[in-house]
Design a protein around this ligand. Structure first.
Ligand code: UT7
Length: 329
């Protein structure tokens, strides 16, 4: 595109709530075991938000850290985009609550719901605004309090999820000279909408005493179907985004933390080992839209992203949706 502004990631930040919930807590109430959960998912523990913490509370802390690292004030932001499937309220958006709490008085704000692809979708939205010259400072957040939306009696889903938030600040690459977004991919296949869904509480099935009693407000998933889709899309997106680049230029892959076995199967399909992949699912489980920005922030702080190397972000989830980003750090 002519006159496209080059876009970079100027700062990142993340926040995990303090309460650590080990697998052993589920053994007390469910027919499950630490051994099953570790073997089938790689998860050992996750974080759950405190009763007075909602998605915007986790987001504000992550955002303040990202703004600090980017060296800008909240008042300099033009736009806030939040990827979440667990907003504080159905109305208004969580982005508006964050805008108020940060004092980002010059920023427009909205949420986007692409489930586990939420952060990548928000990132590509923010990137498009900066690339088109419509915004200069964009805060992009992926944040969830999934512990509020799982059925703690359903062993096939409740053990999988955790709470957390990650944030990034986008600006013209000329202003930050790091993390240039080179390429993006996004897609959807709504025919798979029933694979992961929450039936109750929307216009199709408004909340009633019956929907609550029937557990319609919790996340339900067809794990095996998602597993197959996830392995295929994770490996295809990585291969597609890195095509044409020499192998040694790839510095890091930041995959959606959905299941250790899914990550391993995707790497096997690509003929790669895990030396260039960040995995933290053992500590935080699946935090949906927050997994990628949390892992990216951790990788940067751990010094795993070398300047000049390529970095691939990749996620997929309910919808079905998928997305990938190629960065040069
Ligand atoms: O980000 C998108 C959202 N995430 C997902 O959609 C998750 C993707 N899928 C997965 O990660 C895996 O499919 C799971 C971890 C959900 C399940 O692993 P699996 O290897 O696909 O197991 P399965 O569903 O084939 O179940 C195997 C057995 C079943 O028992 P039977 O039918 O063989 O007797 C399940 O009932 O394991 C049983 N099972 C459990 N056992 C102990 C299911 N959950 C549990 C549990 N503890 N928590």
């Amino acid at each position: 595109m002519a006159n496209r502004v080059r876009v970079g990631i100027a700062g990142t930040g993340s926040y995990l709530p303090e309460r650590v919930v080990p697998n052993s807590e589920f053994e007390k109430t469910l027919d499950t075991s630490d051994e099953w959960i570790v073997q089938r998912t790689g998860i050992r523990e996750r974080r759950f938000a405190a009763p007075d913490q909602a998605t915007s509370d986790l987001s504000v802390i992550a955002a303040e850290r990202a703004l600090k690292q980017a060296g800008i004030a909240a008042s300099e932001l033009d736009l806030i985009v939040v990827g979440t499937l667990t907003p504080d309220f159905l109305l208004p958006s969580t982005a508006c609550l964050i805008q108020d709490r940060l004092g980002a008085k010059n920023a427009a704000a909205f949420d986007c719901n692409a489930a586990c692809t939420g952060f990548i979708t928000a990132l590509h939205t923010g990137e498009a605004f900066v690339a088109a010259g419509r915004a200069k400072r964009v805060l992009v957040i992926g944040a969830e309090t999934l512990s509020r939306f799982v059925d703690m009696h359903d062993r096939t889903s409740c053990i999988l999820f955790g709470d957390g938030a990650g944030a990034t600040v986008l600006m013209p690459w000329e202003d930050c000279k790091q993390g240039e977004i080179l390429d993006t991919r996004m897609g959807a296949d709504g025919s798979g909408y029933e694979f992961i869904h929450m039936r109750g509480g929307g216009s199709r099935l408004p909340a009633t005493a019956q929907t609550v009693a029937a557990g319609e407000h919790a996340i339900r998933l067809k794990g095996r179907e998602v597993f197959r889709f996830a392995v295929t899309y994770m490996s295809d997106l990585i291969a597609d985004l890195t095509k044409g680049y020499p192998k040694e230029e790839l510095g890091l892959i930041v995959p959606h933390q959905v299941n250790r076995r899914i990550i391993d199967a995707a790497l096997e399909r690509l003929g790669m080992d895990d030396s260039k992949v960040i995995v933290n699912i053992q500590h935080y489980a699946n935090t949906s839209a927050a997994t990628v920005p949390i892992a990216l922030d951790e990788a940067i702080h751990a010094g795993r992203l070398e300047k000049g190397k390529l970095c691939v972000l990749v996620a997929f989830g309910a919808g079905l949706t998928w997305g990938g980003t190629l960065l040069r750090w």
